[in-house]
Design a protein around this ligand. Structure first.
Ligand code: SF4
Length: 382
């Protein structure tokens, strides 16, 4: 807010204009100054230019048949393409956001990873994805909340909760709904599981998180626990995140408990080993008191063996009890890829072994897979 005040004062305007502009953007999701009737008419053009540069151009929008999931393809000012996915659940609305154009981590099973990294997204570009999604919700373009609990696609008998990507324990959170305290319905949960490795764009991602959690009109006034930051295991970044004093939900994309396989699946594992990543996740729990999620894409005959479930359980329990929740996700196959999802019985067995060891485990809904909007499938193409 101080920077906004300085910017309006630079224009020769009083400080309260910064608050007005902020309220329009963060509370009403308005970006067209012509609609900001409390601003002097002759200044709206200049305010538009200085405060509301055009950040995201919608190139394409795909909706699932029942309208509860929408995938957006955005073009940024320099032509780079990114995607975000908006998903309605019974008691929340989740937006999966991108943090980088492409990704430099090069995980072989991931569509985004095949593109390489074009550039980091700016804080404003990250925040704007949420504001644009809120505009879409306010316009009634996302289907209404279901009245009954229909199981989501990809769920198995053991997947008790229709859990969205990365929502983890926030799904069981009583606090909040998809409606803000005072205003209309809006995005209630944000997951950094779109394109990019968020901790590789640390500073801008954290600035965006501060805009998400800042009280209105400073920011969107969201609860930190409803924001999930997911990483493939950049250990220094995880430790830095733990020290931020913003208790976001943290998710580690582990995908394999042993280094031999993880080196192959997640190239950055050659730098920080599986045990170091798990230690950092445990440290996150210890520092923040927030239970962490382990994401595990179940890939047929690759990482879905019962012995790997046993090894995973052993490694997690060796650090303590009650600190972690595992989310296995049947892989969303990328066209042309040899990697494919585990058989349901194999996935169930994997889950059963973890549960037998006392580890809360939920197979994640692969919502959006019919529009290529599920995890590992975001690969923006015009
Ligand atoms: S899985 Fe995540 S970190 Fe790996 S390439 Fe894909 S987007 Fe990047």
């Amino acid at each position: 807010m101080d920077e906004r005040i300085a910017a309006v004062e630079e224009m020769g305007l009083p400080a309260f204009r910064a608050k007005q502009i902020s309220t329009h953007y963060f509370s009403h999701y308005v970006t067209d100054t012509e609609a900001m009737t409390d601003l002097p008419k002759d200044l709206r053009g200049e305010i538009q230019q200085r405060f509301f540069p055009h950040l995201l151009t919608e190139v394409r929008r795909l909706r699932t048949e029942n309208g509860d999931t929408i995938k957006f393809l955005w073009r940024l000012f320099d032509g780079a393409l990114v995607e975000s996915v908006l998903m309605r659940y019974r008691n929340r609305v989740t937006l999966c956001v991108s943090s980088q154009c492409g990704c430099g981590m090069n995980c072989p099973f991931c569509a985004t990873g095949q593109q390489g990294l074009t550039r980091n997204m700016s804080t404003a570009e990250i925040v704007e994805q949420v504001v644009r999604a809120n505009q879409v919700i306010a316009a009634g373009e996302l289907a209404e909340a279901p009245t009954s609990d229909m199981p989501g696609a990809g769920e198995t008998a053991l997947g008790a909760e229709a859990d969205g990507p990365g929502d983890g324990e926030a799904a069981n959170d009583e606090e909040g709904t998809a409606t803000s305290a005072s205003g209309p319905e809006r995005v209630s949960n944000i997951v950094f599981m779109g394109m990019g490795e968020p901790l590789a764009n640390y500073k801008r991602v954290m600035n965006a998180v501060r805009r998400f959690v800042g009280p209105a009109p400073e920011g969107l006034g969201m609860s930190p626990r409803r924001i999930t930051i997911s990483t493939v295991g950049l250990v220094p970044g995880i430790n830095k995140l733990a020290a931020e004093d913003i208790p976001v939900t943290f998710a580690l994309s582990l995908h394999a408990p042993d280094d031999e396989l993880r080196d192959e699946m997640i190239p950055v594992n050659t730098r920080w080993k599986a045990d170091e990543a798990i230690d950092a996740a445990y440290n996150y729990f210890q520092v923040t008191g927030r239970r962490v999620s382990i994401e595990y894409a179940l890939i047929k005959d690759m990482n879905d063996h019962a012995w790997r479930a046993e090894l995973l359980a052993q490694k997690l329990n060796a650090r303590g009890r009650g600190w972690v929740h595992v989310n296995p996700i049947p892989l969303n196959p990328t066209p042309g890829s040899v990697w494919t999802a585990s058989e349901p019985e194999v996935a169930d067995e994997f889950v059963r072994r973890l549960i037998d060891h006392g580890i809360p485990t939920t197979i994640r809904d692969t919502r959006g897979s019919d529009i290529d909007g599920a995890c590992g499938q975001l690969a923006a193409a015009d």
